[in-house]
Ligand binder design. Structure first.
Ligand SMILES: Nc1ncnc2c1ncn2[C@@H]1O[C@H](COP(=O)(O)OP(=O)(O)O)[C@@H](O)[C@H]1O
Ligand SMILES: O=P(O)(O)O[C@H]1O[C@H](CO)[C@@H](O[C@H]2O[C@H](CO)[C@@H](O)[C@H](O)[C@H]2O)[C@H](O)[C@H]1O
Length: 478
């Protein structure tokens, strides 16, 4: 890799992309406008895009500069952070990795195409999502192997971790909020698409767990971030303002693991009990909570914080009901669950860092062990809010909802979900000594909050699934 060239392109103290790189990237922006809203991870699909502005441009591999003459038309690789301006309060920053080759693209890369630059310095170059190109994904792996700075990008590596020099790369096909590449069934790189100022909990929590010796999450091997966060959204930067934004995390890949969602669906579809697995998952959740409470700050929620929490849940409910009118008839019954939280007199709740979006798809089973992944929290919540200590009931409620989703999606007998939920809570209680069912008001409120979130999530991303949370709401509100 022509490392010295990359460093020459980006001086370490530069805050603006050099004019030649800015010119390159500007000739790509017309291609971004139609492409962005088609991406699963693009959060602003419901609003028109006003403008796409460059926050930073980094050349990871120069276009049109083959390392050897024999390499012929070598691809280029650009890292972009772009601000997408849309109607509404937040301005989102997205991370893009764009491959460049002379048009036309080879057929294997066609599904990743953004189109061909019509003018500017890249006139005639085909741009594509570089994660679909194993060669370019390899460039990223090499960067992560060698810690250091490249312009606005800072690459870090956890001491004592093994990262191969080369490994075949394949993009993960799953419908995701972010994008991931698997290297040789050994490592997985998760690239955050919508990025925020401050550490991403999906690095912060697994790293804290690993450093505390807990084996509940894959231990990060390397990561990269940017410390140039001036163009980032205000709201997202509240707590992390001016601090480095995490862009990607490389972790061990659990080859051959099955996720809890597939396992639960398979069991439910053949009428088999999921009790043993749910119990073990409850115990794994409790171990994760215990380790997080030891490794990261905890808090006690008193009356003002509990009122704030209830108000936040009610605000989210009202926003969801405004967007999905099918929620309106149940609004008051759901709001009552939040209000009841504040009626406990001198009641206090223990709070700590939690997973924040725990569901069956976030638990991987391999060799009889549950590993928890994806600690980012609910992607639509401000990151500052996701990083606050919260009652562990938030995670328990998330998983309980997931058993309901699995039962409805597989048309399981009605008692299947109830039995799985009970086994999960029993496993949690055995491991931690505290049964989540002993705080029914808290669990009810978090379950109602989660199901409201799910209504909005399904309405935005999977309208065919909307009836799953709506059916639960009809039950909760009855
Ligand atoms: N360490 C891992 N080992 C094996 N598979 C993984 C690992 N991390 C993630 N995956 C797979 O990738 C999918 C997406 O990862 P996730 O972190 O949930 O991303 P997103 O936030 O985009 O949903 C998961 O559902 C899982 O199937
Ligand atoms: O995995 P992500 O971080 O992208 O989480 C989002 O997508 C999930 C769906 O993939 C969504 O989860 C909902 O559907 C699941 C079944 O597909 C179900 O098991 C969960 O209980 C349900 O909440 C999640 O809410 C969303 O944040």
């Amino acid at each position: 890799m022509a490392e010295s060239r990359h460093r020459a392109v980006h001086a370490a103290d530069r805050t603006e992309p050099p004019p030649d790189l800015r010119g390159l990237a500007l000739s790509l922006t017309p291609l971004l406008l139609p492409w962005l809203p088609r991406q699963r991870w693009f959060a602003g699909k419901d609003r028109p895009i006003g403008a796409v502005r460059l926050v930073s441009v980094t050349e990871l591999l120069p276009y049109g500069a083959p390392a050897t003459p024999a390499a012929g038309n070598a691809p280029g690789l650009l890292h972009l952070l772009v601000r997408v301006e849309q109607p509404g309060p937040a301005v989102d920053v997205y991370q893009l990795l764009l491959g460049l080759r002379p048009a036309p693209l080879p057929a294997r890369l066609a599904p990743w195409s953004l189109g061909t630059a019509a003018d500017g310095p890249l006139h005639g170059a085909a741009a594509y999502d570089a994660l679909g190109d194993p060669r370019l994904a390899g460039v990223l792996l090499e960067r992560l192997r060698l810690p250091g700075r490249l312009g606005p990008l800072v690459f870090s590596r956890e001491p004592g971790t093994a990262i191969p020099e080369r490994a075949p790369a394949r993009p993960l096909g799953a419908e995701q909020s972010n994008s991931s590449v698997v290297y040789g069934d050994q490592l997985i790189l998760k690239l955050f698409r919508r990025v925020f100022a401050g550490p991403n909990p999906d690095l912060e929590l697994p790293l804290a767990l690993a450093r505390a010796g807990a084996d509940c999450a894959p231990p990060p091997a390397a990561w990269f971030s940017t410390d140039q966060t001036t163009g980032f959204a205000e709201a997202a930067g509240e707590e992390g303002g001016g601090r480095a934004a995490t862009l990607g995390v490389l972790s061990p890949f659990l080859a051959g693991a099955a996720d809890g969602w597939e396992l639960a669906l398979a069991a439910a579809a053949r009428g088999a009990s999921f009790g043993g697995e749910a119990r073990a998952l409850g115990a794994a959740t409790a171990r994760m909570h215990t380790a997080l409470a030891r490794a990261l700050p905890t808090a006690v929620l008193r009356r003002p914080q509990i009122e704030h929490l209830a108000a936040l849940m009610t605000r989210r409910l009202d926003a969801a009901a405004a967007a999905v009118p099918a929620l309106l008839p149940y609004r008051d019954a759901l709001a009552a669950r939040f209000t009841r939280l504040t009626e406990g007199g001198g009641q206090t709740w223990a709070a700590q860092r939690v997973h924040g979006d725990l569901h069956l798809g976030q638990a991987l089973a391999s060799a009889g062990h549950w590993t928890i992944i994806d600690f980012e929290g609910e992607p639509s919540r401000p990151v500052a809010e996701r990083r606050h200590p919260q009652p562990t009931a938030r995670d328990v409620a998330g998983m309980l909802r997931s058993f309901d989703y699995a039962a409805r999606s597989s048309r399981a007998a009605p008692h299947w979900a109830a039995a799985s939920r009970a086994a999960y809570c029993a496993g949690y209680a055995e491991e931690s000594g505290a049964d989540p069912r002993e705080q029914p008001g808290l669990l009810d409120a978090f379950e109602a909050d989660k199901v409201v979130y799910e209504v909005l999530y399904e309405a935005r991303h999977r309208p065919d699934w909307l009836d799953v949370p709506l059916a639960a709401i009809r039950r909760l509100a009855a």
